[in-house]
Design a protein around this ligand. Structure first.
Ligand SMILES: Nc1ncnc2c1ncn2[C@@H]1O[C@H](COP(=O)(O)OP(=O)(O)OP(=O)(O)O)[C@@H](O)[C@H]1O
Ligand SMILES: [Mg+2]
Length: 369
């Protein structure tokens, strides 16, 4: 069975848009399903519908990040579509996590598109952790450049294990979704934030999720590398659970209500805030190592950081990162360039926006391609 990953329009440009009507992004995250529907109206891309629905059970994913409970994911997808009021999803783009994908920017000698098509899989093979037979490989020609007087190509390859893709496709099929496009969450996050990415700068986009913290380094608006730290909101909740001796839901609630990072001298830090800071310090330690490695190995400089994802809502996370990493930190706003439908409840959208970044990026590529 050969499923196709498809991220061919990763370089979509909002200014270059062409309408394909309606598109729905379905982000199948570690904590739940996030859906966003975008539509094209009078030359604008309209943010029309959204919902965030957590999984009803906690045995959704297996040890390798595979979907262990396709029924639970399928019913959560259905519930999210219903909660958003989406009856006709239009073109659907869903995702697999970057932790289950291989994403590499590679250099090749200049060749025709036909030759690239023929040879890319074999070129990609050396970067793949499994045999070609076990993986689905996709690629995108990023651009041309010159090295030592000879023209060369920059190509991005994206690959995932068939076995992993299967669970995602099966969940979508059971939810009644026909012909979904499968992208990678980190790529969708970059696409969603593309309108706010400064040109000619190195930016690290950090997606603070539940199961992981994704780091995508972008130079001149182009993804260079994608890494992740396997700690996120769940690590924080679990640490709070240990400290308070409460159950998961209570710990999650304590995190929402009291989960902040104390950065000002003299401000009191309770046990929840202290626990949040300890886990975030661990995450930031790994992030710093990733950024330093990138900067020394490529001699490129990271000028700023953009944060997104549900866990980026931890109060003061931006200030803490700025202090720890010594670069400007911005909160990612994926609504830039979009028109908000009048039916959208403003406050609820503002609250959920960090979690919705990825789903917006997924839907965008189809509504503007
Ligand atoms: N106000 C808040 N303060 C702190 N954490 C929050 C807040 N709101 C949501 N979160 C956390 O955000 C996480 C969910 O974020 P998000 O939807 O981005 O993750 P995900 O996409 O499901 O996970 P992943 O990307 O790792 O698969 C949960 O861990 C949740 O506890
Ligand atoms: Mg996510």
């Amino acid at each position: 069975m050969a499923f196709k990953l498809d991220f061919s329009s990763i370089l979509s440009d909002l200014a270059n848009m062409f309408v394909s009507g309606v598109a729905t992004g379905i982000d199948i995250g570690t904590s739940g399903v996030k859906v966003v529907q975008l539509k094209k109206a009078k030359g604008a891309v309209v943010f029309d519908k959204f919902a965030v629905v957590p999984y009803p059970v906690d045995d959704v994913f297996g040890g390798k990040g595979e979907i262990a409970n396709v029924d639970a994911v399928a019913s959560t997808i259905k519930e999210a579509l219903a909660a958003a009021g989406i009856k006709a999803p239009g073109k659907v783009v869903a995702d697999i996590p970057s932790t289950n994908a291989v994403i590499r920017l590679i250099d090749l000698p200049m060749m025709t598109d036909e030759d690239l098509e023929q040879s890319i899989v074999f070129e990609a093979e050396r970067y793949l952790p499994y045999s070609l037979a076990e993986m689905s490989v996709s690629y995108h020609k990023v651009g041309q450049f010159e090295a030592e007087g000879a023209p060369r190509l920059k190509v991005m390859i994206v690959a995932a294990k068939q076995e992993i893709l299967f669970g995602y496709l099966e969940s979508l099929r059971l939810a009644g979704i026909k012909d979904p496009i499968i992208d990678v969450d980190a790529i969708a996050v970059v696409n969603a934030l593309r309108p706010i990415l400064p040109a000619d700068e190195g930016v690290a986009i950090m997606d603070f999720g539940a199961g992981k913290t994704g780091i995508s380094i972008v130079q001149d608006r182009q993804i260079q590398i994608v890494r992740s730290v396997l700690m996120g909101g769940k690590s924080i909740t679990s640490a709070i659970q240990n400290v308070l001796g409460e159950d998961w839901m209570q710990a999650e609630q304590a995190k929402m209500e009291r989960g902040k990072i104390v950065v000002d001298d003299g401000e009191e830090e309770d046990e929840v805030a202290e626990t949040v800071r300890n886990v975030v310090e661990d995450i930031v330690g790994d992030i710093r190592r990733s950024l330093e490695f990138y900067q020394t190995s490529t001699r490129q400089h990271i000028d700023s950081v953009i944060i997104t994802g549900g866990s980026s809502k931890i109060y003061n996370l931006d200030r803490f990162l700025q202090m720890e990493l010594g670069v400007d930190v911005m909160i990612g706003n994926a609504l830039q360039g979009l028109k908000i439908a009048e039916t959208i409840p403003q406050e609820a959208l503002e609250d959920k926006l960090p979690e919705l970044t990825c789903a917006i990026g997924l839907a965008l590529r189809e509504v503007i391609s």
